[in-house]
Design a protein around this ligand. Sequence first.
Ligand code: SME
Length: 151
Amino acid sequence: MFDKEAIKTQTLYIIENSTDRNTTLLEISKMLKNEVYHYDWVGFYLFDAAKDGLFLGPYTGASTDHTFIPTGKGVCGQVAQHKQPMVVQDVNAIENYLSCSINVQSEIVVPVLKDGKFVAELDIDSHSPAPFTTNDTELLEFICQKLSVLF
Ligand code: SME
């Protein structure tokens, strides 16, 4: 369980006091990891249309080899392709998945859209099996919608 309304309030505060985008994205990542027990890696991938893929942006958690992900590859690349959130309750049950660590059991990825265009995504890995509910999706969609002002 987590306090969704308190996290929304903190999100708005961080965005209102934003000085630059990367600092803000890092602060949001850290805040989410601190507030939600089942969030073990929280970070952003930024879309590069010319390269047709995602570059790793600010994150908190273990370092990852996946610093560039082509559109369509893995969970992150599929979200870039379809511009829809993806909830994976068991990462071992899907084929198109890029593993970052053997500890990761589940993952949720939510797109950031700017005027309907895909610009970035929020990626969260969890060491808990099947931890996500509609509360997670609703909270993360709220956050990604608010973050679009930074792009
Ligand atoms: N698991 C992701 C790769 C990124 S890491 O989770 C940080 C994927 O399948 O796209």
